[in-house]
Design a protein around this ligand. Structure first.
Ligand SMILES: C[S@@+](CC[C@H](N)C(=O)[O-])C[C@H]1O[C@@H](n2cnc3c(N)ncnc32)[C@H](O)[C@@H]1O
Length: 602
């Protein structure tokens, strides 16, 4: 059975049909009636994969913050992972310093930084730990932030991801598949000391993977055919027309193929297995041997992840660690039913953790550690050359289920209590939740709303939202909205919307900003506006700093830009976007938070 990326089952499609009379054969023919832009080829070489990869590279942080259907990122960026990672590094450095082996410059690397929130909250948490314990590790730290998307790095800088940490970080365009090339003078072997830690959050799922099977007809691999989605007319529904689509799809010029990003939402993928020479797939023989050993028919072969980790290990200090946080299978499972994911315009494949563990531990050349028990959504793994026992132990403490529960429990309880109307008890639980996750932007926003609306204390709500925005002002329209709601409530409840003195004023609606993209702002209340003022943000000049005002004005400008007529009028809306995404990747709602024990060395 093959399956399309837009979620329809297509019995027998793409396979020769024998004796195909009857309903099934007719259904198969009907479902084949769509324009193939590229015939079946191995998944990592397909247009589907290529365009998905190009998307993040080209769009930068927009894929996380502004698209209609953004790439989930909250799970790794709510501050808990940063805190746990900072504690782990701190513990590792502390151990090393006891033995007086710590180098002068302490270097860490993050690959695939995305919006840069993990980095920012890590740096904040690490600095706080160092101050708390009176050590100078932070002052000796160099945080190399790498991504293969120069735009992503630029956006992160522009949005203030590293603000307040001047001299402690550098930005590098680095491809995870070939980190040495991108790291240039930062790599080991030049003057730079090796990395004490490498952080890979949702990076390895962006790297190529194959699905292999060793059936009676010999080894086969999953191939993909990229088609225009059913019911679309290339001339009517795309800006390129039939000839233009085919010319771009078949072009040998990657730039021409990339133009198809504009119609990526209109493309669908068919799966089928085709014969393969295992030697043509990196570590193909290893993956098939693994499948045979595990007695599974099909295996998801995370060979891009293997390559990335293989190439990072030599850049690592012998006692350093690579901390992976990603999604995928943790039990050995048959790859049957495999499906890649699309979020926004990018493509991902969940990792095969048992296969990675087998690869890195087979010759005893690398260390591998996992928590004894863990939550199901996202998985932390530690890889290193000679992982010190104390570091592994601390990792298990920080990333195990008990730690997660300790960190997340109060917030969960608070939500349940608030949901059943037990406001005072919920307030107590929320207070405890904040003590345990002081840098969790999402939690701060949630508590700000609770305080504003359930406790009727908008001033505290505004203060909490402001605290969250200070951590990373350009990440969440929700937080700005929460703050705006609080300000509005303050004005209304306390009558603090005095008509400004001097000059004529109008009472105008205040607007609520769309969370993603150019959604039309919604009126949420009223405020005085000096006649002739062009921006709603001029309504409340007394309560905002200059920087905040600038941010809101920019947001408004972005919204009005979003109202420009689209080049792709029509077809985008005729394709049901919600139908594409069937996800095994944890979304915000299933996020996992981690933390450490209070009252001991982090
Ligand atoms: C899914 S996002 C994860 C972002 C962030 N780490 C997080 O957890 O939210 C993947 C990030 O890795 C980057 N990326 C994808 N493929 C890459 C590669 N081959 N080398 C380096 N960076 C890559 C993307 O640009 C993006 O910033």
């Amino acid at each position: 059975m093959t399956q399309s990326a837009i979620g329809e089952f297509r019995p027998e499609a793409g396979r020769p049909r024998t004796g195909g009379a009857g309903a099934v054969a007719r259904f198969g023919r009907a479902s084949d009636e769509r324009l193939a832009l590229q015939e079946f080829c191995p998944f990592p070489q397909s247009l589907e994969w290529e365009l998905g990869q190009a998307y993040l590279r080209e769009k930068g942080s927009r894929a996380f913050l502004r698209d209609a259907q953004t790439v989930p990122y909250a799970v790794n960026n709510d501050g808990s992972l940063s805190l746990a990672a900072a504690r782990l590094l701190f513990a590792a450095l502390h151990e090393t310093e006891q033995e007086q082996k710590l180098e002068e410059e302490i270097r860490v690397l993050e690959l695939g930084v995305g919006v840069g929130l993990f980095a920012r909250l890590f740096l904040e948490a690490f600095r706080a730990l160092c101050r708390q314990h009176g050590v100078d590790y932070y002052d000796r730290l160099v945080y190399v932030a790498g991504d293969y998307s120069a735009r992503m790095l630029r956006d992160g800088g522009r949005h203030g991801a590293f603000a307040g940490h001047a001299g402690r970080y550098c930005l590098r365009v680095v491809d995870g598949l070939d980190p040495v090339a991108g790291l240039g003078q930062d790599r080991t072997g030049c003057d730079a000391p090796p990395f004490r830690a490498v952080f890979l959050n949702y990076l390895l799922d962006c790297l190529p993977a194959a699905v292999l099977e060793d059936g009676p007809e010999g080894p086969r691999q999953l191939c993909v055919r990229t088609c225009l989605a059913r019911g679309l007319d290339p001339d009517r529904d795309t800006p390129f027309g039939l000839d233009g689509l085919l010319a771009r799809a078949q072009s040998t010029d990657p730039g021409a193929r990339r133009e198809l990003l504009e119609v990526f939402p209109l493309l669908a993928a068919d799966y089928d297995f085709r014969p393969v020479d295992p030697a043509s797939v990196p570590h193909g023989d290893f993956a098939l041997a693994f499948a045979r050993g595990q007695k599974i028919g099909q295996v998801v072969h995370s060979y891009g992840a293997i390559q990335c980790l293989d190439r990072l290990l030599p850049l690592l200090h012998p006692e350093g660690f690579i901390l992976v946080n990603d999604y995928g299978q943790v039990e050995t499972a048959d790859g049957d039913g495999f499906e890649h994911q699309r979020f926004s315009g990018s493509t991902f494949v969940g990792l095969n953790f048992p296969l990675l563990r087998a690869y890195f531990t087979q010759a005893g050349e690398a260390g591998w550690a996992e928590p004894a028990d863990e939550e199901a959504s996202i998985h932390a793994r530690l890889v290193g050359r000679e992982l010190p026992a104390e570091v592994v132990e601390r990792f298990r403490e920080l990333f195990g289920k008990a730690a997660t529960e300790q960190v997340q429990g109060p917030a969960r309880l608070a939500r349940a209590l608030a949901g059943s109307g037990r406001v005072e008890a919920a307030a107590t639980a929320y207070r405890q939740a904040l003590e345990r996750q002081p840098c969790n932007l999402l939690l701060l926003g949630e508590v700000a709303r609770f305080v504003t609306f359930a406790l009727h204390s908008p001033a505290s709500g505004v203060a909490l939202a402001r605290q969250a925005l200070a951590l990373k002002p350009a990440c969440s329209a929700d937080l700005w909205n929460t703050r705006g709601d609080g300000l509005f409530a303050l004005n209304r409840l306390e009558g603090q919307a005095p008509k400004p003195a001097g000059g004529p004023c109008l009472l105008v609606p205040t607007l609520r900003v769309g969370t993603h993209g150019p959604a039309a702002p919604r009126p949420v209340g009223e405020a005085w506006r000096p006649a002739g003022a062009t921006s709603v943000t001029q309504c409340v000049p007394d309560v905002r700093t200059h920087a905040e005002r600038g941010h809101e004005d920019n947001k408004e400008r972005r919204m009005s830009r979003g109202k420009r007529p689209s080049r792709r009028a029509g077809p985008a809306s005729s394709c049901p976007r919600s139908a594409w995404v069937r996800t095994a990747r944890p979304l915000c709602g299933t996020r996992r938070r981690r933390g450490g024990r209070p009252g001991r060395l982090p």
